[in-house]
Design a protein around this ligand. Structure first.
Ligand SMILES: [Fe+2]
Length: 446
């Protein structure tokens, strides 16, 4: 069963599906919190991030607000703490100074909320005429919220210093690709969705976009490719950078991707507390939008637009139809994409031939978020739901769109219509990129 078929389920089937998703998300959250000692749980590992314990209680608080109080119509459990865990009231940098719940209280609180939620789930009428509850949407939204915070907590783990505490098997091996680029003929794509029951407001509605022919990289840019830009003086030469990008290079003293180190004549990367030799065939990660943009210019290319990214991921030239995922309509399996923290990093390029789109573009879903050149803007016909603070207040040129999900993104989130957004200077997120370019006239004649 996957989320696009939820409307085919009986109420009992839907209840069981929601219950499984809630349980699965909580296991992951608890694992991320339990992996560290109390000190690491409550301290701030970077000004960019909340203490892990804040995320943990915030997950429970959002669940209480939406599922216990709103959907369930029950009495508040802890109205007194709402303000502490309101992301809009307190920037991340200030959160450690708040009188937050301690680890024991936090665990007791989220458990108590969850008990109430399971009772609400037992009694909820999915067809009671409330849009918020249709196909279990509010539950789906809260599951996705928890999984997205789990990805954030994993990013905090990456910023934490100290001995490694996380483990996972390595991803599948990469392979040599037949062609580094794919010529996309262009056409009309049905972008976004009006039918995925748990899609969020900014993915809606489905709408037609015309995309001109373009060329896109088969896989994300690798560490090996990016290293040539670094050692070739890319960070010392303003000609590759936008004005804002060059200002950021100076301001933040950027010299290469975050977590790269050059020691004793060799390149290393730090990952979840382990230092390893830089894997040249892995996609480059922890670069900001400006670095992605500068590399693309240096390579004689550019970043794809969001429309081009989605066209490459979903368009089937044989039928003109838009697919749910690059490989078809079935939900992601381990053979398709590197998702859900199954591995602790992106897989080498070429590792997922079974995840290729009909056009032959690979690793679009999973591994790492991909920066696009697009600003975060509403689709035609956008309607804020269920509240303005999910998307509406963020639309504008200060945020850039990232697509595709990372190794840390759960499959309940990683729809190929899912839109992530962040500031162009951000590097702690699990993000990389692939390049695109306009086709040369002789390529179009061929
Ligand atoms: Fe949140």
């Amino acid at each position: 069963m996957s989320q696009h078929q939820l409307s085919d389920l009986s109420d009992e089937g839907l209840r069981a599906f929601v219950g499984e998703q809630l349980e699965r998300s909580r296991r992951r959250t608890a694992r991320l919190a339990d992996a560290v000692d109390t000190d690491d749980l409550i301290k701030q590992h970077s000004k960019l991030m909340s203490p892990l314990i804040w995320d943990y209680a915030h997950i429970g608080n959002q669940e209480e607000l939406w599922l216990v109080r709103d959907v369930g119509g029950r009495e508040p459990l802890r109205q007194d703490i709402d303000e502490l865990y309101d992301a809009f009231m307190h920037p991340r940098a200030d959160r450690p100074t708040l009188p937050l719940l301690g680890p024991v209280e936090t665990r007791a609180y989220v458990e108590e909320v969850r008990d109430k939620v399971l009772d609400v789930l037992d009694h909820v009428k999915f067809d009671g005429g409330r849009e918020l509850v249709d196909n279990g949407f509010a539950f789906g939204m809260i599951v996705q919220h928890e999984q997205q915070h789990d990805e954030t907590m994993l990013a905090t783990h990456q910023l934490r210093r100290g001995v490694p505490v996380l483990d996972a098997p390595p991803p599948p091996a990469g392979r040599r690709l037949a062609a580094p680029e794919v010529l996309v003929p262009g056409g009309v794509l049905e972008m976004g969705t009006s039918v995925e029951p748990w899609a969020l407001d900014n993915e809606r509605p489905a709408h037609a976009v015309r995309v001109a022919p373009y060329v896109i990289d088969t896989v994300p840019v690798s560490n090996g490719d990016y290293l040539q830009f670094v050692t070739g003086g890319g960070y010392q030469d303003p000609q590759w950078w936008s004005e804002a990008g060059w200002a950021q290079v100076q301001k933040a003293s950027l010299t290469g991707p975050r977590f790269w180190e050059f020691v004793d004549g060799e390149w290393w990367q730090l990952r979840f507390g382990k230092r390893e030799q830089l894997p040249l065939d892995e996609p480059v990660m922890h670069v900001c939008f400006y670095e992605a943009e500068a590399y693309a210019k240096w390579a004689g290319k550019r970043l794809p637009t969001e429309e081009e990214w989605e066209f490459a991921a979903r368009f089937d030239p044989a039928t003109g139809r838009t697919r749910r995922f690059p490989w078809g309509d079935e939900s992601p399996g381990p053979q398709h994409a590197n998702l859900g923290q199954r591995h602790l990093g992106p897989a080498p390029v070429g590792a997922y031939p079974a995840g290729a789109s009909p056009l032959g573009v690979e690793q679009l879903i999973g591994d790492l978020w991909e920066w696009t050149s697009s600003d975060f803007s509403p689709y035609p016909g956008f309607r804020a739901f269920p509240y303005d603070e999910y998307s509406l207040v963020f639309f504008g040129p200060e945020y850039k769109i990232l697509r595709g999900g990372s190794f840390a993104t759960d499959e309940v989130v990683a729809r190929s219509t899912f839109r992530n957004w962040d500031y162009p200077i951000r590097r702690q997120i699990f993000a990389g990129f692939r390049c695109a370019r306009d086709p040369r006239p002789e390529e179009l004649r061929a």
